[in-house]
Ligand binder design. Structure first.
Ligand SMILES: NC(=O)C1=CN([C@@H]2O[C@H](COP(=O)(O)OP(=O)(O)OC[C@H]3O[C@@H](n4cnc5c(N)ncnc54)[C@H](OP(=O)(O)O)[C@@H]3O)[C@@H](O)[C@H]2O)C=CC1
Ligand SMILES: O=C(O)CCC(=O)C(=O)O
Ligand SMILES: [Mg+2]
Length: 748
């Protein structure tokens, strides 16, 4: 019997994930219809988010709803079930490209004001600001994070290990971070005794009081921090590291997270670029200012804007930039073939993915000649950079990890309600004048936290509420109990913020039965060492971390263990009872779209989506007592296992099996599993013809998929593709399409 109407919300995002969703949704609908499950689409692509900001510029036909805002509200409801795919966290260059494409498609939205002067321009800039950087995940993440490699995926990686670069003990690769003057040093933190409204203000040396943030409402038990990065210390650090790197003769690479830390990290990045090219910036600084060049957005901004200059001037600038390179270290490349360096855009080297890639490659990055070299990995903020050096130390001593035997490291991450640094961009400021930066109670005038700051310093306030911390501790205990693994809280008692957290963790652990569990608290470097000693012996260890380490570790370990974080199970149990199922922990791999449009091959692996869908169905089945949803989940997991066993994942090379072919195999195995099960005979009978027809047509369908490969594919746009063209490209097998269409759309 069919159950009542249940609903899964499926996000439509950008780039490769969106393409893959386009072909996967018809499959999902064919399978979920008999269980009475509706799949509701929610377009949260960067294009949709931009259009939703400017309804007054659009005709009625062009207007789109604020889907992200609506989805954020749904995350607070108990019955919400969302599958969330990775989306673009846009850089300024990406946002401008998106705006241009929409304008060219007839959407009369305003240009992006780069240097807003009038109030009107400032207002437009602020609206576009909402679409910049990591603007989606923080809105939806109303729960903490549970990320792990499912057993079938881990076993597959052990049987089919990916390549690992070799670590040499004499490798020169290392991490450099500040040893003073960064956010870590001088941080102040407190737990609120009661609910308070506070403001953030700067009292300048000249006696002015500048209110930077008029009001932040804080709850009782919330932890707040005040921390700053000294511009002077940062610039001295860069000078020293650039010289040191030049002397060592290795590549210089700068790793930031400009998407999530969208206010502070572009500034940190910009200082490095300006110091590297110091003489050129000194000579042409005035002109650069006139042109509105802002290298916080990368050298791409400079190269774009000098295009307007006469050729001779342009050549002079380029010569001067090249002259700086003569006495500076070589830069790590993002794309050696195209001459794109690490300084091109702050979003090109994103630390959570870039550091694991370097470590996996034996400590190597790409040089301008397309060869691999040792590198100095510069991460100015020392708070979390130290974990990477600890892993490098381990690899230098023990050699590279072996995916065939290494243990697994799942993560329980404190993330809910914009926890810690990742929720701080609206409370982060570049200080305009020397003075004292205060967090002040609005009602009493009491100064809660104070810092002495100088012009150019970056000052921020972070917060984490009490309820998410309680929920995080509970999730850690639950995961430790269900997995039987030790759980380590990575918390550093020498850091004021984490010291406050430790007090709460110790208290809230008492709310749970922890008998027989191995739960420990260790500072980050010790936790890394302890975990790696176990990893090397094939033992599993849960890392329980704050928000930044959640992000870093859930790429770091999966990339070592599985070759990519896209194969992770990534669950967000929403605090009000709903569930969000993210697909993997990685991004949206722009180069995959390029390969599709040039050669009609999509190497993107939808495995993360298959895993997420199974958990989403299982949860829905339990909550709504929908036996068929549970059966769909069980059979989907079995089909995914078979897909891995039979090696039917997409391959990177054009001409071989790609995403579309892989999805076809998933559908075939899923139908076969459903047809073979005996729990629900009606459902078995429903899927038997599909199982049979897909198996019989295998060669024909695969031939139809192969036939289109090797030539360009037109999807009619990048940020806003043409739906019909995209569908034609992503669903090129008439036989497969007809088999899915023949499935009844209603419950049986
Ligand atoms: N949750 C989210 O919404 C997130 C979004 N992002 C955004 O994604 C974009 C790209 O980020 P980037 O740092 O390059 O990291 P990615 O994780 O997208 O890519 C790194 C590399 O990992 C491999 N990879 C990742 N996912 C898959 C997959 N499903 N199938 C096959 N291979 C995969 C690819 O390597 P290869 O081609 O060699 O196989 C890819 O080039 C940015 O705009 C970023 O902001 C980033 C992280 C999370
Ligand atoms: O939202 C983003 O930009 C990145 C998110 C991310 O990297 C993660 O959650 O692992
Ligand atoms: Mg990440």
């Amino acid at each position: 019997m069919a159950a009542g109407k249940s609903k899964i919300i499926y996000t439509l995002t950008d780039e490769a994930p969106l393409l893959a969703t386009c072909s996967f949704l018809p499959i999902i609908r064919a399978f979920t219809a008999p269980a009475g499950i509706d799949i509701e689409e929610a377009d949260i692509s960067v294009a949709a988010r931009v259009l939703a900001e400017f309804p007054e510029c659009l005709s009625d036909a062009q207007k789109v709803p604020n889907t992200l805002g609506e989805l954020g509200k749904k995350c607070l409801l108990p019955d919400t079930n969302i599958i969330k795919l990775p989306n673009i966290s846009a850089s300024v260059a990406q946002l401008k490209a998106c705006i241009k494409e929409l304008q060219e498609k007839g959407y009369p939205i305003p240009d992006f004001p780069e240097n807003p002067a009038s109030d009107e321009e400032k207002a437009v800039r602020a609206r576009y600001g909402k679409c910049l950087g990591s603007a989606v995940n923080p809105v939806l993440r109303e729960g903490n994070s549970d990320r792990r490699a499912p057993g079938a995926v881990k076993n597959y990686a052990k049987k089919h290990p990916h390549s690992m670069g070799e670590w040499k003990q004499w490798s020169q690769s290392h991490v450099s971070h500040m040893h003073g003057g960064d956010f870590y040093h001088g941080e102040k933190s407190m737990t609120l005794d009661r609910a308070r409204d506070v403001k953030m203000e700067l009292v300048t040396k000249s006696g002015k009081t500048v209110v930077l943030k008029p009001k932040v409402a804080l709850l009782a038990g919330e932890i707040i921090d005040s921390m700053f990065m000294s511009k002077k210390a940062l610039c001295e650090f860069y000078e020293k590291e650039l010289d040191d790197c030049r002397e060592a003769g290795i590549l210089f690479s700068l790793h930031v997270k400009a998407t999530m830390m969208k206010v502070s990290h572009p500034i940190v990045f910009g200082h490095c670029v300006k110091i590297y090219y110091k003489e050129a910036f000194e000579k042409h600084g005035k002109l650069f200012d006139e042109l509105g060049i802002n290298v916080n957005n990368g050298m791409v901004d400079l190269y774009e804007k000098i295009k307007t200059l006469p050729e001779s001037k342009r050549d002079e600038i380029i010569r001067d930039l090249h002259a700086c390179q003569e006495h500076r270290p070589a830069l790590a490349m993002v794309d050696s073939a195209k001459g794109i360096t690490n300084f091109h855009s702050p979003n090109d080297i994103i630390v959570d993915a870039s550091m694991p890639a370097m470590i996996r490659a034996g400590g190597k990055m790409w040089g301008a000649d397309g060869k691999q070299y040792d590198a100095k990995a510069v991460m100015p903020e020392s708070t979390f950079a130290r974990i990477y050096q600890e892993m490098i130390n381990f690899c230098k001593w023990h050699g590279n990890f072996d995916p065939k035997t290494m243990g697994t490291v799942p993560n329980v991450g404190l993330m809910a309600q914009q926890a810690e640094e990742y929720g701080s961009h609206d409370k982060t400021f570049e200080i305009q004048e020397d003075g004292v930066a205060n967090i002040v109670d609005l009602a009493t005038g009491e100064v809660l936290l104070t810092q002495n700051v100088e012009q150019g310093d970056i000052w921020r306030m972070c917060q984490v509420k009490d309820a998410p911390i309680r929920d995080w501790v509970k999730l850690a205990v639950t995961r430790a109990r269900n997995s039987g693994m030790p759980a380590i809280f990575w918390l550093d008692p020498y850091r004021p913020h984490e010291n406050e957290l430790i007090k709460k963790v110790k208290l809230y652990l008492k709310d749970h039965d922890t008998t027989g569990l191995d739960i420990q608290i260790m500072s980050q470097v010790r936790a890394m060492r302890f975990t790696l000693e176990r990893v090397a012996r094939g033992l599993d260890t849960i890392s329980v971390t704050g928000n930044i380490l959640r992000d870093y570790l859930t790429d770091l370990f999966p990339i070592m263990e599985l070759g990519t974080s896209a194969k992770m199970l990534s669950i967000v149990p929403l605090m009000n009872g709903g569930g969000m199922y993210e697909t993997g922990a990685g991004g949206s791999a722009p180069k995959h779209v390029q390969q599709l449009t040039q050669e009609n091959h999509l190497r993107w692996d939808s495995l993360g989506e298959f895993l997420a869908l199974a958990v989403s169905l299982e949860e829905l089945g339990i909550k709504e007592n929908n036996a068929r949803a549970k059966l769909l989940a069980k059979t989907l997991d079995a089909a995914t296992g078979k897909l891995l066993d039979n090696n039917k994942s997409p391959r990177p090379k054009t001409g071989e099996l790609d995403n579309r072919g892989s999805q076809f195999y998933l559908a075939t195995y899923w139908a076969q599993e459903l047809a073979a099960q005996a729990e629900d005979k009606e459902l078995a009978a429903h899927f038997a013809p599909l199982a049979k027809s897909l198996a019989e047509s295998e060669q024909k369908i695969i031939a139809e998929f192969s036939a289109v490969q090797g030539q360009p594919a037109d999807i009619g746009g990048y940020y806003l593709a043409d739906a019909a063209k995209r569908e034609a490209v992503m669903r090129p097998s008439a036989t497969f399409n007809a088999a899915l269409k023949a499935m009844p759309a209603a419950a049986v």
